[in-house]
Write a new protein. Structure first.
Length: 209
C-alpha cells in the first residue's frame, strides 16, 4: 500500500476552499493552484538527500548542508498538471520538467495517451508527478506506468483534490509511490467527476470554459 499524506495545514485548507468557489476567477484560480502546490512541495520534499558542502560567508569558511547530486524531475499530466509546475519550480528551480499528455475518453472514461517526453536521466532523479485532480486514478496510474517504463523508480504523486476511489486505485496499482493530497472528497458522481470537487481544473486554469 502506498504511503498517503493528507495535508491539514490551515493555509492549505483555506486556499483550497477558495479554489473550489464557483466565483473564483481564472487568474485567482491559477494563483491559488501555484500557492497550494508550493505549500505541499515544502512538506512533501522533506526527504530530499543533503550533503556537506564547504562555503565561505562574509565572516569565515564553514561546512553547511546543500541538496545532494541529481535533484528533481517534475512531470505534469497534461494539461491541468501544468498549473502546478511553477509552484514546485519556485522552490526547486534546478528541477527538470517532463510532460505526459492524456485525455479522458468521454464514453469509456478511460485515459488516452497522446504524448510523453521525459528527461534523459529520469532514472537518476526523484520524480514528482502532478495533477490537480485524482478522480478514478486512471490517468495517474498510466502516467506512473509510463515513467517506470523509462526507468523512473523514485516517484511521488501530488494532487489538490482526490476521490477515495482514485486513492485506492493508484495505491493498489503502484504501492511503491508516495501520494500527497490537499483534500479528499466524498467520491465520484455518475460522470466520474469528484464531488464536491471544483469542476474541471484544466478549464478553470486556462479559461477554456
Amino acid at each position: 500500500m502506498s504511503n498517503i499524506t493528507i495535508f491539514d495545514h490551515p493555509l492549505i485548507q483555506h486556499k483550497t476552499s477558495l479554489l473550489r468557489q464557483k466565483s473564483t476567477t481564472n487568474k485567482e484560480f491559477r494563483e491559488l493552484v501555484e500557492e497550494i502546490t508550493m505549500l505541499m512541495c515544502y512538506e512533501s520534499l522533506r526527504d530530499l538527500p543533503l550533503e556537506d558542502v564547504e562555503i565561505e560567508t562574509p565572516i569565515t569558511k564553514t561546512t553547511q548542508k546543500m541538496l545532494k547530486g541529481k535533484k528533481l524531475a517534475v512531470v505534469p499530466i497534461l494539461r491541468a498538471g501544468l498549473g502546478m509546475v511553477n509552484g514546485l519550480l519556485r522552490l526547486v528551480p534546478s528541477a527538470k520538467v517532463g510532460h505526459i499528455g492524456m485525455y479522458r475518453d468521454e464514453v469509456t472514461m478511460q485515459p488516452m495517451e497522446y504524448y510523453c517526453k521525459l528527461p534523459a536521466d529520469i532514472d537518476k532523479r526523484l520524480i514528482v508527478v502532478v495533477d490537480p485532480m485524482l478522480a478514478t486514478g486512471g490517468s495517474a496510474i498510466d502516467a506512473v506506468r509510463q515513467i517506470k517504463s523509462y526507468g523512473g523508480n523514485q516517484i511521488k504523486f501530488l494532487c489538490l483534490i482526490a476521490a477515495p476511489e482514485g486513492i485506492k486505485a493508484l495505491s493498489e496499482a503502484h504501492p511503491d509511490i508516495d501520494i500527497f493530497c490537499a483534500n479528499v472528497d466524498q467520491g465520484l458522481n455518475e460522470n466520474c467527476y469528484i464531488v464536491p470537487g471544483l469542476g474541471d481544473a484544466g478549464d478553470r486554469i486556462f479559461g477554456t470554459k
